[in-house]
Design a protein around this ligand. Structure first.
Ligand SMILES: Cc1ncc(C[n+]2csc(CCOP(=O)(O)OP(=O)(O)O)c2C)c(N)n1
Ligand SMILES: [Mg+2]
Length: 252
């Protein structure tokens, strides 16, 4: 097994204390270690935002690019060298806003790449403007009277656009987060296509806190048939007050 310390870098992350990004960073390392993937076979690709600094703090190959553009870079890397484990990272602003078009077509294209989205419901790095997944009516610096739009549902979008693995995780539950990241990476290793994990991420400075998610997160049980696309869409359509975590859809 590749030990966790082999992914360790000496630099210390500069995220806010309590940020959900810490468990996402630790989760990626744990999943890669459990799957025994050596650092030189891994490429981590991100865009712009607080989340996008993640590749700085894992010893592997990394590419931090333009806002919303992690997916085209990640797909290019995978096409050039299919043996590599390629994980793209997005933010809710970066991946569903600026990079929304790339997201749709990556779902259709189904290259064997993982996409982990740090969904904290705000533009964190630029200090809290509303994002595509902010709730309707959210007041922020860029929406002093409250937002007019309904939030985007990344899960229904990914399923309907054709992604073959779609899951939702919660950064406050490390064990399940690692399990879902592991399953997503395995999905791509088995050549089954694009694996999206939307990760609910508390933003202690500008967004929702742990208490908010703890009240709403629940776990999909064995009664959920993730191979049934209609059932998966029904589950993905549940309102913002119920946040089912687990594998929502996996193409049989
Ligand atoms: C093309 C472009 N537009 C806007 C910005 C400014 N900008 C930097 S980070 C950011 C928001 C990032 O939000 P998100 O993707 O949700 O990541 P978070 O910071 O919340 O992790 C924006 C709008 C930029 N750097 N480049
Ligand atoms: Mg964000």
């Amino acid at each position: 097994m590749v030990e966790l310390k082999e992914y360790q870098r000496s630099e210390v992350p500069n995220w806010c204390s309590g940020c959900g990004n810490f468990s996402i960073l630790a989760g990626v390392k744990k999943a890669l270690s459990e799957l025994n993937i050596e650092p030189h076979n891994i490429v981590l690709v991100s865009g712009v935002g607080c989340f996008a600094k993640l590749p700085y703090w894992i010893k592997a190959y990394g590419f931090v690019g333009l806002h919303g553009r992690s997916l085209p870079v990640a797909q290019g890397i995978k096409l050039a060298n299919p043996k590599l484990t390629v994980i793209a990272f997005g933010g809710d602003g970066d991946g569903y806003g600026e990079g929304g078009n790339h997201f749709i077509h990556a779902c259709r294209r189904n290259l064997n790449v993982c996409y982990f989205v740090h969904n904290n419901g705000v533009f964190g790095l630029t200090t809290g403007q509303y994002s595509p997944t902010s709730e309707k009516g959210r007041k922020s610096k860029s929406s002093p009277l409250g937002t007019l739009e309904k939030p985007l549902n990344p899960l229904t979008l990914a399923i309907s656009a054709g992604a073959t693995f779609v899951a939702r995780a919660y950064a406050g539950d490390f064990k399940q987060l690692v399990e879902l990241m592991t399953q997503a990476i395995q999905h791509t290793q088995q050549g089954k296509g694009f694996a999206v994990v939307d990760i609910l991420q508390p933003c202690v400075s500008f967004g929702k806190n742990y208490e908010y998610y703890q009240k709403r997160v629940y776990y999909l049980g064995t009664e959920h048939d993730a191979t049934n696309k209609i059932k998966a869409l029904e589950k993905a359509l549940e309102s913002g007050e119920k946040l089912g975590c687990g594998v929502i859809y996996e193409e049989p």
